[in-house]
Design a protein around this ligand. Structure first.
Ligand code: AMP
Length: 119
């Protein structure tokens, strides 16, 4: 059975403006904001505005325009952060093996220094 989306997760609250965020970029379908506990000099999260648990849920259930909107937001956010010259890393944790903390799909964008090997 499909896991239910939890309307009380922290990113749902950010989207409803119940708690603040340091916004980096927004379009009709996605929002990006600074991670509250940065793991690199630049650490920003990009989330869809729709209620999706993970990339599996999103790729199966989101509309084409939502998918385009999210990917566009990742690209625009990286550009706005000035990361395109030196590079960056994108990561998305999904489920228990990845220790996903917040059950709303998000892409982490890390940058601002050499990030070393992948894991
Ligand atoms: P994950 O482990 O991939 O689910 O990552 C969740 C991320 O959300 C972590 O990097 C947290 O630091 C970040 N986070 C949690 N609460 C907030 C918040 N209120 N604003 C910004 N980032 C947050």
């Amino acid at each position: 059975m499909k896991k239910q989306y939890d309307d009380n997760n922290v990113f749902a609250k950010i989207l409803r403006k119940e708690i603040p965020c340091k916004k980096v970029y927004e379009n009709e379908y996605a929002l990006s904001f600074e991670d509250i506990n940065p793991q690199a000099p630049v650490h920003v999260l990009v989330i869809p505005k729709g209620k999706y648990l993970s990339l599996a849920d999103f790729s199966e259930n989101a509309s084409d325009i939502e998918i385009v909107g999210l990917i566009k937001a990742v690209g625009e956010t990286s550009k706005k952060l000035g990361l395109n010259a030196d590079g960056y890393r994108i990561l998305s944790n999904a489920g228990t093996d990845a220790n996903q903390e917040v059950p709303h799909l998000h892409f982490h964008i890390f940058g601002g220094r050499n990030l070393g090997s992948m894991l």
